[in-house]
Ligand binder design. Sequence first.
Ligand SMILES: [Zn+2]
Length: 400
Amino acid sequence: MFSFTVLKENPKSRARTGRLETPHGSIETPAFVPVATKGALRGVDFDTVGLSGGEIFMVNTYHFFQLEREKTVKKFGGLHKFLGIDYPLMTDSGGFQVFSLGFGREHNIGKVTSFIPRKPLTDQESQPELRPDRNLVKITDDGVEFRSLKDGRRLFMDPKISIQAQKDLGADIIFAFDECTSPLADYHYTKESLERTHRWAKQSLEALGRTRKQALFGIVQGGPFQDLREESAQFITSLPFAGFGIGGAMGDSKASMGRVLDWIYPYLPADKPRHLLGLGEVDDILEGVERGMDTFDCVVPTRWARHGVALTDQGRFSLRSARYLTDKTPIDRRCSCPVCSRYSKGYISHLIREKEIFGIMLLTEHNLAWMQNLMKDIRSAINSGQYRSFKDQTLRRWRG
Ligand SMILES: [Zn+2]
């Protein structure tokens, strides 16, 4: 039911194309996985994204679990039935959101610490209703206790519970329960946490049992520390997972993400898919593909759309700015999406400035279509053996 085939490898880099088969269809890789956090894409229909080449989506287990909604979904027969779609789906373990209650919200930081000052955009809709609080999360060797941000209830998650929730949701690709450490965690803490993550990886496999309906991916952790990343890669890839996710803190710059992926690479089995968790800005994807990553999930294209920011070949820009109000040209002349063939920057800028939902819908549709186009270009560059030069050109344009 689940398989992965490498189609083409690039001679000058680790970039590769492949095909991932799932019970709900196949995906061409490298692929971008749009995030439908609570089961929706912010006003845009799954099929609209499907038409632009979107083949697979990620749903966050945490948002269902904290409402016990995975039990409702199970009664419908799983997420595919509940959402009324037939695309391949991924769910994460819920761990990242739980642990980030303890650190991310506290410091308002992401996986790469230098992102903080550069990115004032916040995601109001998925931001916790309560103020950040160290007491929200208590981690033990058994699992993690946390408070629901919806109603303050005490909740508990461990490998067994996370996998059960993901079974109830029924996505095609699911992830092991791991501890995602704070980007500010020191070596000692990260090492201690890694032992937990490795124990939880085995327990996640046991909890899945023998089912072949869902493919379980293990997650390599270890923070920005070389020996811990190598130890984790070696251990996690020795377990019978269907694929591997790279998670956790990647250090203090974009360059350090590349280093982390370079440390891990030698341990990753060539015949299994590799997913970079939660990192999917344009340069992350280009560098990740070069280092042999196959799939990427990220909220950025939809989040930016909500803030009026459009992705284009020349970088990104904000349509909030009044200078676009009189601009009759499309967001991106090269983009073939229905938004760019019909609507002007002026109209969308007007809608965004007036807080019309339709403006966000149009921008979300364009941003997701633009990402899918980028992935198509990446795949054809790999297939024609030109990935390195494609990457350099795209980055030069993107960074202006
Ligand atoms: Zn477009």
